[in-house]
Design a protein around this ligand. Structure first.
Ligand code: NDP
Length: 479
């Protein structure tokens, strides 16, 4: 399977014919190749986007909306095909991709197809001065969208949909580790009648293709989701060129469990918030803090439930936990498990690489629970981004709040309590961008999404995304 770039509505080989092997994590085999696009490919994509911009930015909102909704419908009609491709590329269970990733990618297009028809700007009457101000919200021009491997199409489209809805043209790069569904998206965009050049997809390594996008002097904004170190690098390059930046970065999210919560609901959801997508979701609650009075009970019940999870080939319907995305990532996660042991962590379950018959070279790792005796150990402070969680008890609200906030990240937090006052005061105090109380990953696409501290700058979602992808211009008319 040879993946190609999607430029000006056409599928093309990279100019310099540089390719990267594409691996299937479920069996460790190379099953295709992906372009490692150069600066020249990115320039070609930029030129195509720039040529399409004038017409697209003047296309009526109804027409843009119609096309985005058509893309959404075509994705929905192809859920199984896309889910299988996503799973093969990423290692996640096909069932998960079919239930979450691909439907959400379709929702992203539908949501922003609708949202753009409701997006309004302000006007300000300068009372006593016979003047009226109105604000134009104009598209930026050509923008860059760069996304990671954990939720490939889901996060890729979360950026592209608002960018094109707002009238921009896009040069986009998916992670080179998971390029397949982005490649398939090009075909759907053509079928939906998206004009040529509005969306251009260039594949390749972050350090070559990604770098060329962020360095491009005429790309006006970068919307990036990925690791914190990459985000900092992008900011260093892009900020002196005054590009607009939206950076959704890493997380080390606390899952705080009080004794007064709905225990069964909490337990069920905590298994999911710990290990969904092999723990490779920036929102996973990887630091579990449990009120001391229920700690021992929780520990026994949680370990028992996690041991019931079925680890297996991603295409089997009964699989709960599929493969880790890559060999390098598997090794990184295993290194953290070793570090945890050296730092006095006690592995309560999991911790081992697993061999699955018939797929011996696949990247499988047991879901792992580590009991830690301090919140300051490395596994409690650093993002592992795999099926590994820590657990430890806490005494009271102040105690847990201090630990929850004592990390460099600030993406999300989950609170389990039936006490309304506590849920509201703690939500005020938690240094994060998103708090879930008595639930996890319940998403409403209108809400602002993003983190504080090293988890990023800017907000995606709803009108926040449309504001990011537009420039406000005030017009003042004296009458
Ligand atoms: P990376 O930061 O390694 O990569 C993200 C994207 O950036 C990839 O497409 C990558 O390319 C590209 N990239 C890498 N280097 C550069 C560069 N110099 N210039 C431009 N682009 C570059 O993250 P991962 O793909 O490993 O994703 C995991 C990370 O993403 C985790 O830290 C996770 O927390 C974070 N994340 C954050 C979310 C949020 O909303 N806050 C949501 C999901 C994930 P390539 O991989 O092809 O080399």
């Amino acid at each position: 399977m040879t993946i190609k770039n999607f430029i000006n509505g056409k599928f093309e080989n990279p100019i310099h014919k540089h390719w990267i092997d594409n691996y299937c994590p479920a069996n460790g085999e190379v099953y295709g190749k992906t372009p490692n696009s150069s600066k020249e490919d990115v320039e070609k994509a930029y030129q195509s986007a720039q040529s399409a911009f004038r017409l697209w930015s003047q296309t009526t909102l109804d027409e843009r909306s119609r096309i985005l909704i058509k893309i959404s419908e075509l994705l929905e009609a192809n859920i199984q095909r896309f889910a299988e491709a996503e799973s093969k590329d990423n290692g996640k269970p096909v069932s998960l991709a079919a239930a979450v990733d691909i439907p959400r990618a379709a929702s992203n297009f539908r949501f922003f197809g609708n949202a753009i028809t409701q997006f309004a700007s302000e006007s300000h009457e300068s009372v006593g001065q016979n003047a009226i101000n109105y604000t134009l919200r104009q598209p930026l021009g050509v923008v860059g969208c760069i996304s990671p491997w954990n939720l490939p199409l889901y996060l890729f489209t979360w950026k592209i949909a608002p960018a094109i809805a707002a009238g921009n043209c896009v040069v986009a790069k998916p992670s080179e580790v998971t390029p397949m569904t982005a490649y398939l998206l090009g075909e759907i965009c053509n079928k939906a009648g998206l004009p040529k050049g509005v969306l251009n997809i260039v594949h390749g390594m972050g350090t070559t293709t990604g770098q060329a996008i962020i360095e491009h002097p005429s790309i006006k904004a970068i919307s990036f989701t990925g690791g914190t170190a990459t985000g900092a690098h992008i900011a260093r390059i892009a900020a002196p060129m005054f590009k607009k930046l939206s950076l959704e970065l890493g997380g080390k999210n606390p899952n705080i469990i009080f004794a007064d919560c709905d225990y069964d609901e909490m337990l069920k959801t905590t298994v999911r918030s710990s290990f969904a997508n092999q723990g490779q979701i920036c929102l996973c609650g990887s630091r579990i803090f449990v009120e001391a009075s229920i700690y021992d009970k929780f520990k026994i019940d949680f370990v028992a439930k996690v041991k019931e999870l079925k680890l297996g080939h991603p295409s089997e319907a009964s699989t709960d936990i599929g493969a880790i995305v890559s060999k390098q990532h598997l090794e990184k996660v295993l290194t953290y498990i070793e570090i945890a042991k050296q730092e006095n962590g006690k592995v309560l379950c999991g911790g081992q690489k697993v061999t699955i018959e018939g797929f011996e070279n696949g990247y499988y790792l047991q879901p792992t629970i580590i009991e830690v005796d301090t919140d300051e150990c490395s596994v409690n402070q650093e993002e592992i981004f795999g099926p590994v969680v820590t657990i430890m008890p806490f005494k009271n609200e102040d105690d847990v709040l201090e630990m929850a906030n004592k990390v460099k990240y600030g993406l999300s937090a989950t609170l389990w309590t039936d006490n309304l006052k506590r849920s509201m005061t703690m939500s005020n105090e938690l240094q994060v961008g998103i708090v879930w109380v008595n639930t996890w990953m319940l998403r409403d696409l209108r809400t602002p999404f993003g983190g504080v501290k090293a988890s990023g700058v800017g907000r995606e979602g709803g009108f926040e995304a449309l504001r990011f992808f537009t420039e406000a211009k005030n017009v003042c008319i004296k009458y």
